[in-house]
Design a protein around this ligand. Sequence first.
Ligand code: GNR
Ligand code: NI
Length: 172
Amino acid sequence: MPQIPIITLPDEKTLREVSRPVAQVDAGVRRLWDDMLETMYRAPGIGLAAIQVGVPQRLLVIDLSKDGEEKKPLFVANPEIVWSSPAQSDYEEGCLSIPEYYEMVTRPSEIRIRYRDRQGEPMELHATGLMSTCLQHEIDHLNGVLFIDHISRLKRERVLKKFQKAQKLGKL
Ligand code: GNR
Ligand code: NI
Protein backbone atom coordinates (compact mmCIF):
# COMPACT_ATOMS: atom_id res chain seq x y z
CA MET A 1 0.00 0.00 0.00
CA PRO A 2 1.54 3.34 -0.98
CA GLN A 3 2.65 5.82 1.62
CA ILE A 4 2.06 9.41 0.62
CA PRO A 5 4.40 12.31 1.48
CA ILE A 6 3.04 14.41 4.37
CA ILE A 7 2.82 18.15 3.74
CA THR A 8 4.53 20.23 6.42
CA LEU A 9 5.04 23.89 7.26
CA PRO A 10 5.88 26.28 5.74
CA ASP A 11 3.37 25.07 3.08
CA GLU A 12 0.45 27.01 4.53
CA LYS A 13 -1.13 27.36 1.09
CA THR A 14 -2.21 23.71 1.29
CA LEU A 15 -2.57 23.32 5.04
CA ARG A 16 -4.88 26.38 5.27
CA GLU A 17 -7.34 25.05 2.64
CA VAL A 18 -10.88 24.32 3.79
CA SER A 19 -11.65 20.74 2.73
CA ARG A 20 -14.90 19.80 1.01
CA PRO A 21 -17.35 17.08 2.06
CA VAL A 22 -17.27 13.83 0.10
CA ALA A 23 -20.49 13.21 -1.84
CA GLN A 24 -20.34 9.50 -1.03
CA VAL A 25 -18.08 6.93 0.53
CA ASP A 26 -16.98 4.92 -2.48
CA ALA A 27 -14.06 2.71 -3.46
CA GLY A 28 -11.87 5.76 -4.15
CA VAL A 29 -12.50 7.14 -0.66
CA ARG A 30 -11.75 3.75 0.92
CA ARG A 31 -8.50 3.48 -1.06
CA LEU A 32 -7.44 6.97 0.06
CA TRP A 33 -8.29 6.08 3.70
CA ASP A 34 -6.13 2.95 3.41
CA ASP A 35 -3.19 4.92 1.97
CA MET A 36 -3.62 7.57 4.69
CA LEU A 37 -3.65 4.88 7.38
CA GLU A 38 -0.46 3.32 6.05
CA THR A 39 1.15 6.77 5.85
CA MET A 40 0.07 7.53 9.43
CA TYR A 41 1.35 4.19 10.82
CA ARG A 42 4.75 4.70 9.17
CA ALA A 43 5.11 8.32 10.30
CA PRO A 44 4.25 7.30 13.06
CA GLY A 45 1.19 9.22 14.23
CA ILE A 46 -2.20 8.66 15.84
CA GLY A 47 -4.30 10.66 13.37
CA LEU A 48 -4.17 12.05 9.84
CA ALA A 49 -6.42 14.35 7.83
CA ALA A 50 -6.59 14.06 4.02
CA ILE A 51 -5.31 17.63 3.50
CA GLN A 52 -2.03 16.57 5.14
CA VAL A 53 -1.43 14.42 2.06
CA GLY A 54 -2.70 17.17 -0.24
CA VAL A 55 -6.31 16.03 -0.70
CA PRO A 56 -8.86 18.70 0.28
CA GLN A 57 -11.66 16.27 1.25
CA ARG A 58 -13.29 15.96 4.68
CA LEU A 59 -11.71 12.60 5.51
CA LEU A 60 -9.58 11.48 8.43
CA VAL A 61 -8.16 8.39 10.07
CA ILE A 62 -7.31 7.82 13.73
CA ASP A 63 -5.76 4.86 15.54
CA LEU A 64 -4.95 5.23 19.23
CA SER A 65 -3.82 1.61 19.73
CA LYS A 66 -0.37 1.27 21.24
CA ASP A 67 2.68 -0.49 19.76
CA GLY A 68 2.14 -4.24 19.71
CA GLU A 69 -1.58 -3.97 20.47
CA GLU A 70 -4.25 -4.96 18.00
CA LYS A 71 -4.80 -2.10 15.53
CA LYS A 72 -8.06 -0.18 15.88
CA PRO A 73 -8.37 2.17 12.90
CA LEU A 74 -11.27 4.64 12.86
CA PHE A 75 -12.29 5.90 9.41
CA VAL A 76 -14.23 9.17 9.42
CA ALA A 77 -15.90 11.06 6.56
CA ASN A 78 -17.66 14.44 6.81
CA PRO A 79 -17.43 14.79 10.61
CA GLU A 80 -19.50 17.42 12.42
CA ILE A 81 -19.11 18.32 16.07
CA VAL A 82 -22.68 18.31 17.42
CA TRP A 83 -21.79 18.89 21.09
CA SER A 84 -18.76 20.09 23.04
CA SER A 85 -18.44 19.84 26.81
CA PRO A 86 -18.20 23.12 28.70
CA ALA A 87 -15.33 21.55 30.67
CA GLN A 88 -11.91 21.91 29.05
CA SER A 89 -8.67 19.94 29.21
CA ASP A 90 -5.03 20.64 28.38
CA TYR A 91 -3.01 18.23 26.31
CA GLU A 92 0.48 18.52 24.84
CA GLU A 93 -0.12 18.29 21.09
CA GLY A 94 2.12 17.63 18.14
CA CYS A 95 1.37 17.46 14.42
CA LEU A 96 2.93 15.52 11.57
CA SER A 97 2.71 18.73 9.51
CA ILE A 98 4.73 20.64 12.16
CA PRO A 99 7.52 18.14 12.89
CA GLU A 100 9.27 18.16 16.25
CA TYR A 101 7.18 20.92 17.82
CA TYR A 102 4.98 20.26 20.86
CA GLU A 103 2.86 22.66 22.89
CA MET A 104 0.00 22.55 25.38
CA VAL A 105 -3.43 23.16 23.85
CA THR A 106 -6.69 23.74 25.72
CA ARG A 107 -9.83 22.28 24.15
CA PRO A 108 -13.25 21.00 25.27
CA SER A 109 -12.67 17.76 27.23
CA GLU A 110 -15.43 15.80 25.49
CA ILE A 111 -17.22 16.08 22.16
CA ARG A 112 -19.94 14.30 20.27
CA ILE A 113 -19.57 13.97 16.48
CA ARG A 114 -21.72 12.82 13.60
CA TYR A 115 -19.94 11.33 10.60
CA ARG A 116 -20.08 8.68 7.88
CA ASP A 117 -18.26 5.42 8.49
CA ARG A 118 -16.41 3.12 6.09
CA GLN A 119 -19.71 1.81 4.74
CA GLY A 120 -21.08 5.33 4.31
CA GLU A 121 -23.49 4.80 7.23
CA PRO A 122 -24.32 7.75 9.50
CA MET A 123 -22.70 7.30 12.92
CA GLU A 124 -22.36 9.18 16.19
CA LEU A 125 -19.43 9.00 18.55
CA HIS A 126 -18.96 10.43 22.03
CA ALA A 127 -15.25 11.03 22.53
CA THR A 128 -13.28 11.66 25.72
CA GLY A 129 -9.61 11.92 26.58
CA LEU A 130 -7.07 11.47 23.79
CA MET A 131 -9.78 10.47 21.27
CA SER A 132 -11.53 13.80 21.89
CA THR A 133 -8.26 15.76 21.52
CA CYS A 134 -7.27 13.90 18.38
CA LEU A 135 -10.68 14.25 16.71
CA GLN A 136 -10.71 18.00 17.40
CA HIS A 137 -7.15 18.31 16.05
CA GLU A 138 -8.09 16.42 12.85
CA ILE A 139 -11.38 18.27 12.33
CA ASP A 140 -9.43 21.52 12.68
CA HIS A 141 -7.22 20.37 9.77
CA LEU A 142 -10.36 19.98 7.60
CA ASN A 143 -11.05 23.67 8.30
CA GLY A 144 -7.48 24.81 7.59
CA VAL A 145 -6.77 25.23 11.31
CA LEU A 146 -3.52 24.04 12.94
CA PHE A 147 -2.90 23.41 16.64
CA ILE A 148 -0.53 26.40 16.70
CA ASP A 149 -3.62 28.57 16.10
CA HIS A 150 -4.65 27.67 19.67
CA ILE A 151 -1.40 28.92 21.28
CA SER A 152 -0.04 32.44 21.76
CA ARG A 153 0.66 34.58 18.70
CA LEU A 154 4.27 34.98 19.80
CA LYS A 155 4.83 31.21 19.90
CA ARG A 156 2.93 30.66 16.63
CA GLU A 157 4.94 33.28 14.74
CA ARG A 158 8.17 31.90 16.14
CA VAL A 159 7.30 28.41 14.81
CA LEU A 160 6.19 29.70 11.39
CA LYS A 161 9.43 31.72 11.06
CA LYS A 162 11.53 28.71 12.02
CA PHE A 163 10.00 26.62 9.22
CA GLN A 164 10.25 29.46 6.66
CA LYS A 165 13.91 29.94 7.52
CA ALA A 166 14.64 26.20 7.39
CA GLN A 167 13.15 26.04 3.90
CA LYS A 168 15.22 29.02 2.71
CA LEU A 169 18.34 27.31 4.01
CA GLY A 170 17.35 24.19 2.10
CA LYS A 171 16.85 22.19 5.29
CA LEU A 172 13.30 21.01 4.50
O1 GNR B 1 0.37 11.91 15.81
C1 GNR B 1 -0.20 12.86 16.34
N1 GNR B 1 -0.19 13.00 17.69
C2 GNR B 1 -0.97 13.91 18.38
C3 GNR B 1 -0.67 14.14 19.71
C4 GNR B 1 -1.42 15.02 20.44
C5 GNR B 1 -2.48 15.67 19.86
C6 GNR B 1 -2.78 15.46 18.53
C7 GNR B 1 -2.04 14.59 17.79
S1 GNR B 1 -2.43 14.29 16.13
C8 GNR B 1 -0.85 13.89 15.49
C9 GNR B 1 -0.95 13.49 14.04
C10 GNR B 1 -1.42 14.67 13.23
O2 GNR B 1 -0.74 15.61 12.95
N2 GNR B 1 -2.67 14.64 12.84
O3 GNR B 1 -3.17 15.67 12.16
NI1 NI C 1 -1.99 17.41 12.72
